[in-house]
Design a binder for this molecule. Structure first.
Ligand SMILES: [Fe+2]
Length: 477
């Protein structure tokens, strides 16, 4: 049977048809299969994809002759990469590790003196220009509007005053709990034998070096970045996803699909969630994701990290998705932790779901859910994905702080807020991907307007990018 005839018969029945389905029917018979599909299909389906055709998923029809993509290399965040501290009472080790790694990044610029020395030898250092590096343990605003921040290094704590009339005060206002900062300023003379105070002249952050430049792949190749599919939710945009899947079939240059968490809506993530679920069990939600990914071109290398709706430990770093949920997933999926660093074609991509964005927006003045790109910039400046302890982002006690951005990535890929945002900061491309879920009742209440069904395509060879939207007229399941 001719492919044109197959497409025409489905169109008569008001159905669009996936190219892989057309190929399958043309090779395996003809009108009998078509009539069987049309008669059995649910009235909510408008595009016939391989999952509507019994037996087709197993055969993995993929006719794109493009050869296998190079496997992604996991640089950080593979199986069992992050291990909880054996003794939870040693949780300080996490912060000590954070301090050690981030202070090295500022040492040559700040030329720090141990805080203990500044306090004990106040007479010696008073009124001179000194440097310190510390982790922020407290902060307040003085009656005159100056910012006072308490910082701690392994030897002691000291207060630092940021004068509101000095240049750069806006950056001092963005100092958040538990970040590591450097300061150069004058040590105040202390006659009372107290813990002293520094009047800051300059604030330092670990930062991305100014000399850092874009580092594209030497080979041609494209990657698509998405997140927050929320399969199982009754607001999951199935039609839009099917459009995306169809489009991928036509793009053999796209070799990688990166998914930064929340592939399912999950179970019991928020009160009364079951009333908003189309798929009620977690296993069935993951099976649905696995089947959806199975219909995508098999030459794609898919990298999947979890988010706060996934069925793994909530505390970050989150482990890889357990095998018991992977039954229906194809073999071209690489499972990584959240966060993780993967190398594809020599481009390093730091994937992080982005739960900390909630906390960063709360603490950094001027930031907003509408502009997640700016939050990624704040992460990069601090070389940390989510420093604040004890807020909405649960942090696991580990000997090594896995949320420190140790090596500068080429791409930082986050999600979580369901709003697309792209930023380019000192040679790092920051991509916060949107969602495949429509606006939920909670988001309506919170006045959050998601940007659904958008995928970001990055050309690894040029590091250029394009935002594509797959939202059609018929969107909701
Ligand atoms: Fe999400």
């Amino acid at each position: 049977m001719q492919k044109k005839e197959i497409v025409a018969r489905f169109l008569e029945a008001d159905l669009l048809v996936h190219p892989a389905v057309v190929a399958y029917i043309s090779e395996n018979g003809g009108s009998g299969i078509i009539e069987g599909i049309i008669n059995s299909i649910s009235s909510s389906v408008s595009v016939v994809t391989p999952k509507e055709v019994p037996g087709m998923l197993a055969t993995r029809i993929d006719k794109l002759a493009v050869g296998a993509s190079v496997l992604p290399e996991i640089l950080a965040g593979g199986d069992d990469f992050s291990v909880p501290m054996a003794n939870p009472e040693e949780s300080f080790a996490l912060f000590r590790n954070r301090y050690d790694v981030l202070s090295v990044m500022m040492r040559s610029r700040v030329n720090p003196i141990p805080i203990e020395a500044l306090i004990k030898q106040n007479n010696w250092f008073a009124d001179t220009d000194i440097g310190v590096i510390g982790i922020v343990v407290g902060g307040s605003t003085s009656s005159k509007g100056h910012r006072i921040v308490e910082i701690e290094d392994p030897t002691g704590t000291i207060k630092v005053l940021f004068n509101k009339n000095r240049e750069g005060f806006d950056e001092a206002e963005k100092i958040i709990p538990d970040e590591v900062i450097g300061v150069r300023g004058k040590l105040a003379r202390d006659m009372s034998g107290g813990s002293g105070m520094i009047f800051s002249n300059t604030l330092f952050r670990p930062e991305i070096p100014l000399t850092h430049a874009l580092s594209p792949s030497k080979e041609p190749g494209m990657a698509v970045l998405i997140s927050d599919m929320h399969v199982g939710s009754d607001t999951f945009l199935l039609d839009a996803w099917d459009e995306f899947a169809l489009w991928l079939e036509t793009k053999p240059d796209i070799k990688y699909l990166l998914i930064a968490g929340d592939v399912v809506d999950g179970i019991g993530v928020y009160p009364n969630q079951d009333k908003e679920l189309h798929i009620k069990t977690i296993y069935e939600q993951y099976d649905a994701v696995g089947e959806m990914l199975s219909t995508l071109p098999s030459h794609l290398q898919i990298v999947l990290s979890p988010g706060n709706h996934d069925a793994v430990r909530a505390a970050e770093p989150q482990p890889v998705l357990p095998e018991k949920f992977r039954n229906q997933f194809p073999s071209n999926v690489t499972f990584v932790e959240n966060p993780a660093v993967v190398n594809i074609q020599s481009v390093n991509i730091l994937m992080y779901h982005g739960r900390s964005i909630d906390d960063l927006i709360k603490f950094i003045p001027g930031t907003s859910y509408d502009r997640p790109g700016e939050i990624m910039e704040e992460m990069l400046k601090r070389r940390h994905l989510g420093p604040i302890y004890g807020q909405r982002t649960p942090l696991l006690s580990t000997p090594r702080d896995h949320l420190v951005i140790r090596d500068v990535p080429d791409i930082l890929h986050t999600g979580h807020v369901h709003i697309t945002g792209i930023v380019s900061y000192r040679g790092v491309l920051g991509v916060n991907t949107g969602t495949w879920q429509g606006q939920t009742s909670f988001q309506k209440q919170m006045n959050i307007n998601p940007t659904p069904a958008e995928a970001i395509v990055v050309d690894l060879f040029t590091m250029g990018y394009e935002k594509l939207c797959f939202l059609g007229d018929k969107t909701f399941l």
